[in-house]
Ligand binder design. Structure first.
Ligand SMILES: Cc1ncc(COP(=O)(O)O)c(C=O)c1O
Length: 282
């Protein structure tokens, strides 16, 4: 489980090195993805790879491999490491060049790194629900790019984590945007609300799966902004991400949401999500 992918080669984790002038290291000038592996099979890999190439285009960053080639390299890494329940993390930076803000010349090739990790489903938290803290969203205005530059997200997560919370739920002024590493949803009168796909949020792959599950199962799913007070008085709140799946939020800033336990709509989505996992992981 200790083999990593570095610029086309599979090497031992201990031998992997980063150049001090890699633009990912110096500027966070790169992009990444985290893809789920369930029972040895990837889940929604195509969607993640498509988003990676979209992020690259938005950043004017060139990925040294085509999508199919890159996908098979990652599948090979997953196989070599015998991942069962885990993730594959991959990142592409704008490569190594003398430190300067503007982009290096076209002949500098992007650096590509990938590794795998065991990551069991957080079953206990998914059953009990987690707590969150509201934090002002101070991030930049291109949150749609899955960039390595995560400082705004990290500061928010740290503020929440230092008080024992699982997630920071971000708001820009009065509008709830998303979690620091997840999308945020509220349920009111049986309808699920989540921030529309704009530059202010990451278009989460789990969010898309949830949207699809809702459409196919007659659950009303509205891409509509909602306020902090609407969040606090919602019947249910949950967050969603590749690693957290559908995670109930039962308390925000110390205040119980709904009954203070995972709600019926959230639990239904969890079970639909589980079914989808079983069917689609490949
Ligand atoms: C800021 C942010 N929003 C949303 C998500 C959820 O995205 P996905 O479902 O593709 O993991 C993430 C995941 O890391 C994230 O960092």
């Amino acid at each position: 489980m200790n083999t990593v992918f570095v610029n086309g080669e599979l090497i031992d984790r201990d031998k992997a090195k980063v150049d001090i002038e890699d633009r990912g290291y110096q500027f966070g000038d790169g992009i990444y993805e985290v893809i789920r592996v369930y029972d040895g099979n990837t889940f929604t890999m195509k969607e993640h790879m498509e988003r990676l190439y979209q992020s690259a285009e938005k950043m004017k960053l060139s990925i040294p491999y085509g999508e199919e080639d890159f996908t098979s390299k990652l599948l090979h890494l997953i196989n070599v490491n015998g991942v069962k329940d885990g993730i594959v993390y991959l990142q592409v930076t704008r490569g190594v060049s003398a430190r300067q803000h503007h982009f290096p010349s076209g002949d500098v090739v992007g650096s590509v790194v990938a590794y795998t990790k065991d990551f069991p489903v957080p079953a206990h938290q998914m059953e009990q629900g987690v707590t969150a803290k509201l934090v002002e969203d101070i991030r930049w205005l291109r949150c749609d790019i899955k960039s390595l530059n995560l400082l705004g997200n990290l500061l928010a997560k740290q503020e929440a984590a230092s008080e024992g919370h699982f997630e920071a739920i971000l708001h820009r002024g009065d509008t709830v945007t998303e979690g620091s590493s997840s999308n945020a949803f509220m349920v009111k009168d049986g309808i699920i609300y989540t921030h529309p796909v704009t530059n202010l949020i990451l278009n989460g792959i789990t969010r898309r799966v949830i949207e699809d599950l809702c459409r196919k199962n007659g659950i009303s799913f509205q891409e509509e902004t909602f306020s902090v007070s609407e969040l606090m008085t919602a019947d249910e709140v949950f967050i969603a991400s590749t690693t957290s799946e559908v995670m109930p939020v039962v308390k925000i800033d110390g205040q119980e949401i709904g009954e203070g336990t995972p709600g019926a709509v959230t639990k239904r989505l969890q079970s639909l999500f589980n079914e989808r996992k079983g069917k689609e992981a490949r």
